[in-house]
Structure formats: structure tokens, C-alpha cells
Design a protein around this ligand. Sequence first.
Ligand SMILES: Nc1nc2c([nH]c(=O)n2[C@H]2C[C@H](O)[C@@H](COP(=O)(O)OP(=O)(O)OP(=O)(O)O)O2)c(=O)[nH]1
Length: 133
Amino acid sequence: MAKLLLVAACALIDRDGKVLMARRPDGKDHAGLWEFPGGKLAEGETPEAALVRELREELAIDTEASCLAPAAFASEALGDFHLLMPLFVCRKWKGAPRPLEGQELRWVRREALTAMEMPPADRPLAAQLRDLL
Ligand SMILES: Nc1nc2c([nH]c(=O)n2[C@H]2C[C@H](O)[C@@H](COP(=O)(O)OP(=O)(O)OP(=O)(O)O)O2)c(=O)[nH]1
């Protein structure tokens, strides 16, 4: 049986309702594809704590668990693993997102979300988010 890979992801929404997408840098799996910021849960970490940490590490922004609203999840085979990825929506954070890990960032209108090239697990999430916003 495939081992679960737990990844927490976040749709940051700005005042105009645009969503921040990040392009995975070269050298990582899924390089070049657009994804929601986030990452793997560390041992014993909650999804919310992992996101607060990842958003600081990847984007230099600060938020807190109470600003993360559960929105949807992906459940999808990923290589030898099975990816389980909750997607949170966040509208409140401190700082302006900066690409600290060489990733390209783009604020995307909700209508344009599903046209982006994404990892397979993200496609249904993008459609759900478009309908939710
Ligand atoms: N962050 C993120 N990861 C995603 C998305 N969709 C998707 O399939 N993934 C996959 C890609 C990776 O296999 C895994 C996340 O790993 P990662 O490499 O971003 O996590 P991390 O920052 O903790 O990574 P690392 O320390 O191992 O480099 O989940 C998404 O929308 N956001």
C-alpha cells in the first residue's frame, strides 16, 4: 500500500480576489508547473503549523492558524506515494510575498486559474476554488 504524503497548500487571496500561484523551480519534481504555496508536513506538525512555516520560508509573509480557512483537498497517487493535500484559503497576512526560493510568483484572476499548467492533484482544486471565490 502506498504511503501517505501529507502536504498543506494555501490559496492566498488579495483584495481584488486574485490568487497567488507559484511556479515550481527547476530541479524539483513538477518543475515549471504552477502550484499553491505550501509544502510537506514535518513530523508531528499540523497542516496549519506547516503552512505558517512554509509561507514564511517560501514567501517571507507571516500569518497564523486562525487566518487559514479549510477550502478543499486533493487525494491523488504521486509516484510511490499517495498525496493527501488540504487546501486552505488565506486573506490575511503580514508582509508582501517575495519569492525566497527562486520560484516565479503570479497573482491570477479566478477565471484564469484553470488554464494554468498544474500538477494533476491541483486541477480539481483550481476548479473548486474558481467556483468558491
Ligand atoms: N506545495 C505544493 N505541493 C504540491 C502541490 N501539488 C502537488 O502535487 N504538490 C506536490 C509536489 C511535491 O511532491 C509535494 C510538495 O513537496 P515540496 O517539495 O513543495 O515540499 P517541501 O517544500 O516540504 O519540500 P522539500 O523540503 O522536500 O524540498 O506535493 C501544490 O499545489 N503545492
